[in-house]
Design a protein around this ligand. Structure first.
Ligand code: SAM
Length: 567
């Protein structure tokens, strides 16, 4: 039977059910209810509008305060990435407690906190469970025995459409997400075709025609499904932004992109809501937003220079960004700048092959050896790609690459916020953390604090206060400064060695944690008390303040004892 035949049969069936049973007096007229409107979860402070440049988007109807939650929603579809399956509950995405998670006894792939979490997930896992067992039975090797997350995510979308009905609001919201089917570049069309075949196999279907009950009536419908997923899915993250999996929420997907966003989507884990609401995506304003203004998040890493951002946006989202930041970049952009050769405090835009001459925008001093700068930037980019690729398979090699490259870029006077120096610095910090010795030495701790501080300096130059990446980096630095020193150094009066030791270090830890907490309250929402990380930092501030007070009291006691001895 052809795809069209199946559709014709379905339409005939639909037509019969619409007019009801025919009688000799002819078909009865039936009243057709207007369809339920989409996005009923939209709060009254925002609405959906359309622009010719960006299509639909979310706009403020009322003033929105920075740190305020614009909306919260549990994504209707989400899956953990394969490596996280046994470490997090597949329903509420809580990390495994010390007592461990409970495994689905059927497929043996998904893990849950308890029976409640398993029941909450059963509506979608029921079909998935059988599909995963079928997939594993046909897998050529153990490492491909679990389908990759896009396949599992799309499986859930399709089972959801069947379960909740093709005319349901659930399905209509999913189908209303933007598809770029008609303008896909050839490479994307090819990868979409591969994914489509994998999904059909995962569902246990033998031919595309069998997708009709899932609301997919032709080949264009399959491409739409995959294109919608590619354009609208968002990373499911931990409260500290670690990627955990992938999620789809038609409401979150309405938010357009800017490289200088006024909002972020985070999963902060609010203290107040019960676990059954988790994972909860929250759109949070990181700036004050006026009525009529569009709300934007960023889809990509905005520490990257404009050309890299445009490439990423065009490859995945099929548009060229015309945000203020792309059309009128700051001069010079801290992502692409060198420090002034005369250290006047100004900066010079990066030279390029086409335009090798560059000067400080402040004192106009020209950079002398631009060839050396261009070489350093080129090999820096290569080292970054290699080290990123090797970070999990060859940690020492990745460490060596970042450790060797950072001084080369620094001596070429690249700003700490510039690319690829900032990316290498952040990678080095995460590699040092991964290799952190269990018997901690002062040198290892101080090295990590210096790397963390360099990341904070770079991120502060590219992100506004309250951006979650910046707030988390600050929290990380504060926590490291608060770690008990294995071998505190004797205080040298007037010493500017970084990091300081002893009480000066504790004071710096306290100041850094307080700044981090203020920023976390913005990025992860005041209503959430700064999310899980904000709450953790608040507790650390209390602990460090207590330690500082105890130290101060200790000093006062010594002084008083000394004074007592003299009298
Ligand atoms: C997640 S959707 C956002 C909602 C979408 N505008 C809609 O109407 O459904 C992502 C798509 O929106 C469009 N888009 C988002 N931000 C844009 C921007 N700054 N400029 C142009 N198009 C944008 C692109 O087509 C992109 O692939």
């Amino acid at each position: 039977m052809s795809f069209a035949d199946v559709r014709a049969r379905r339409q005939a069936k639909d037509a019969r059910s619409l007019v009801g049973s025919s009688s000799s007096s002819g078909p009865k007229l039936i009243s057709i209810e207007p369809p339920e409107p989409l996005f009923g979860a939209l709060p009254s402070s925002i609405d959906i509008q359309s622009s010719p440049e960006r299509g639909r988007g979310i706009y403020a109807k009322e003033p929105l305060k920075r740190g305020g939650t614009v909306f919260s929603i549990k994504p209707p579809i989400y899956v953990l990435s394969t490596k996280n399956l046994e470490h997090f509950c597949s329903s509420c995405i809580s990390p495994a407690p010390p007592t461990g998670l409970k495994r689905c006894t059927q497929c043996k792939n998904l893990w849950y906190c308890n029976a409640t979490c398993q029941n909450n997930d059963w509506a979608l896992h029921k079909k998935e469970c059988a599909a995963m067992q079928r997939w594993a039975a046909g897998a050529p090797s153990l490492d491909v025995a679990i389908p990759a997350e896009p396949i599992r995510c799309l499986g859930r979308v399709l089972w959801g459409k069947r379960k909740w009905g093709l005319d349901s609001v659930w399905t209509r919201e999913m189908d209303a997400m933007q598809s770029h089917r008609t303008s896909l570049p050839p490479e994307a069309a090819e990868s979409h075709t591969h994914l489509a075949h994998a999904v059909i196999r995962y569902l246990g279907l033998t031919a595309p025609e069998e997708l009709v009950p899932f609301g997919i009536n032709d080949a264009a419908g399959i491409v739409d499904l995959i294109s919608r997923f590619a354009t609208n899915s968002i990373t499911l993250t931990s409260p500290s932004l670690a990627p955990l999996g992938v999620s789809v929420s038609p409401l979150v997907a309405l938010v357009n992109h800017s490289c200088d966003p006024n909002a972020v989507v985070v999963f902060p884990r609010s203290a107040k809501d019960p676990a059954s609401q988790e994972p909860e995506a929250q759109l949070i304003a990181i700036r004050d937003i006026s009525p009529g203004e569009e709300i934007f998040t960023s889809y990509i890493d905005t520490t990257l220079p404009r050309a890299h951002r445009q490439e990423a946006l065009s490859a995945t989202y099929n548009f060229s960004c015309g945000c203020g930041f792309c059309s009128r970049p700051p001069a010079p952009d801290p992502r692409e700048a060198l420090a002034c050769p005369k250290t006047c405090g100004g900066a010079c835009p990066f030279p390029s092959e086409e335009d090798p001459l560059t000067r400080c925008v402040n004192c106009k001093t020209a950079v002398a050896s631009t060839d050396a700068v261009l070489d350093a930037l080129r090999i820096g980019q290569e080292a970054l790609q290699k080290a990123t690729h090797l970070q999990f398979s060859d940690l020492p090699k990745a460490q060596q690459l970042t450790t060797n490259m950072i001084p080369i870029l620094t001596s070429a006077k690249a700003l700490p916020s510039s690319h690829p120096l900032l990316a290498l610095t952040r990678l080095r910090q995460s590699l040092l953390l991964a290799a952190f010795p269990s018997n901690l030495t002062q040198d290892a701790l101080d090295g990590l604090i210096r790397a963390s501080s360099a990341s904070v300096t770079g991120l502060n130059a590219v992100f506004p206060p309250g951006h979650p990446t910046r707030a988390l980096a600050l929290a990380e630095l504060g926590k490291l400064l608060a770690v008990d020193e294995p071998e505190p150094r004797p205080a040298a009066p007037g010493s500017s060695v970084f990091p300081p030791s002893g009480p000066a270090r504790l004071r710096l830890a306290c100041e850094t944690l307080i700044r981090a907490r203020d920023e976390l309250l913005i990025s992860f929402g005041e209503h959430n008390d700064g999310g899980e990380v904000g709450r953790e930092v608040r507790e650390m501030v209390v602990r460090v303040e207590r330690e500082l007070a105890a130290w101060g009291q200790g000093v006062r006691n010594v002084i008083e004892d000394g004074a007592g001895l003299k009298t």
